[in-house]
Design a protein around this ligand. Structure first.
Ligand code: ASP
Length: 414
């Protein structure tokens, strides 16, 4: 069964036959079906595989992308995810990663917004991204962000863990003086309903704006009305499949961007100014994010301590509680120098562990309540703060990760 990526094949298993285009994969046979969805088949379950059409070799890449005088320069760094995978149904060729010529070729409107440079740094689905990859991405962004001729940087990324990476870049890049915009897509660009095109167009517009922060720019509604720009430390993927899956939590989005270039600012943000960006990439990897739940084994905390973990973020229930049985382990962890933090499992709202006695005991045990900091942001920030040897930074609001006063309307409105 000799086949290549991009070949159209019919695979038979003892459950029947599937036909489609072979996608990149090492361990399984992954087929893109006519519907646009992918299906994976274990190689051991494949009874037969027939190639019905060979992939056409991918055309040589055009190296030079047109340069227009007077337009700002935007660098697009690709890291993988759905936005970076595309099947050209006409030729059957699989494009595993975007580059400048692919992009500008497929989206000529980008050329009217900015001069685009594009570099590939990783090619991973975001569920496989590791903290070391955040460092790699931060270094690459830093290299571009320091360039005087670059207006802003766009990072294309898988959506599943985009909010972890946006938090990591927010902390690792200090005194940012231009936009760093993360974007991705929920549907791959070879599907009619793909959000890739508009997300990328709006992200390039965001990269030319005066928002000097790390942000996520994704569809704001299920239609193509506008994209929302979210602060990198206050954003979360809140839906498995909707195009408007990303939402700002406890605050409104920073801006709404329409694909025609209109920007409407809807929240405070840091503007461009004469600052020199600094790269702070030190991270401590021995940190865990723990979802507290009824019936959890209280020995879990001791296990992390024994394994040498330096920090724990407990996703506490309600206003900031954990089962009483955990208190002993937490006290012991803190005594041994482990930084134990509390973040809200409720996601929306602020912790106030002083309301109930359980919470008060937790604070007495030395756990740090992180107000309304998102659990994922707290996890990334704890790695970073310990990496900087400054765990007390957890209580400071460095990159807008804590909202001082939450507007109740933010939770009420969609
Ligand atoms: N699992 C993919 C990823 O996060 C999904 C996506 O890109 O939308 O890389």
């Amino acid at each position: 069964m000799k086949y290549k990526e991009g070949d159209k094949v019919i695979v038979s298993t003892n459950k029947g036959e599937v036909s489609g285009i072979v996608m990149p994969s090492k361990r399984t046979v992954v087929i893109k079906l006519e519907s646009g969805y992918n299906t994976g088949i274990k190689k051991s379950n494949v009874r037969g595989l027939k190639v019905v059409r060979r992939a056409t070799p991918v055309k040589k890449k055009v190296k030079k992308v047109g340069f227009k005088k007077g337009l700002p320069t935007v660098v697009i760094l690709s890291t993988g995810g759905t936005i970076s995978s595309r099947v050209d149904y006409a030729t059957g060729a699989v494009h595993a990663s975007l580059d400048a010529s692919d992009l500008v070729g497929a989206m000529p409107e980008l050329k009217e917004i900015a001069n685009i440079e594009c570099k590939g740094i990783l090619n991973k689905m975001s569920e496989d991204i590791k903290p070391g990859d955040w460092v790699k991405i931060a270094k690459a962004v830093y290299r571009e962000a320091k360039r005087k001729d670059v207006s802003g940087v766009v990072v294309t990324h898988g959506t599943d863990t985009m909010h972890y990476t946006s938090a990591a870049l927010s902390f690792m890049l200090e005194d940012l003086n231009k936009p760093v915009v993360l974007t991705g897509s929920q549907r791959s660009s070879d599907r009619g309903s793909s959000d890739a095109r508009m997300n990328l167009v709006c992200s390039v517009i965001a990269a030319t704006s005066d928002i000097a922060e790390v942000v996520v720019c994704m569809h704001g509604t299920t239609d193509d009305a506008y994209c929302s720009v979210h602060r990198g430390t206050k954003v979360r993927k809140m839906h498995t499949s909707r195009r408007d899956a990303f939402q700002s939590i406890n605050e409104s989005q920073i801006a709404m961007i329409r694909p025609d270039g209109k920007i409407e600012h809807t929240n405070r943000y840091r503007k461009r100014a004469e600052r020199v960006v600094k790269l702070k990439i030190g991270i401590e990897s021995q940190v865990a994010l723990i979802y507290v739940h009824p019936g959890m084994n209280p020995d879990l905390i001791d296990w992390y301590v024994k394994k040498g973990y330096k920090g724990l973020v407990l996703m506490a229930t309600g206003l900031g509680h954990v089962p009483s049985e955990l208190l002993r382990g937490i006290k012991n962890a803190v005594k041994r120098g482990v930084t134990v933090c509390l973040a809200p499992q409720c996601i929306s709202g602020r912790l106030n562990p002083l309301v109930y006695s359980n919470g008060r005991k937790l604070i007495k045990a030395g756990a740090l309540p992180l107000e309304d900091m998102l659990p994922e942001t707290a996890y990334v920030k704890l790695m970073w703060s310990l990496g900087q040897d400054k765990p007390k930074l957890m209580l400071e609001n460095l990159r807008g990760e804590i909202v001082e006063c939450i507007d109740p309307k933010v939770f009420e409105s969609p």
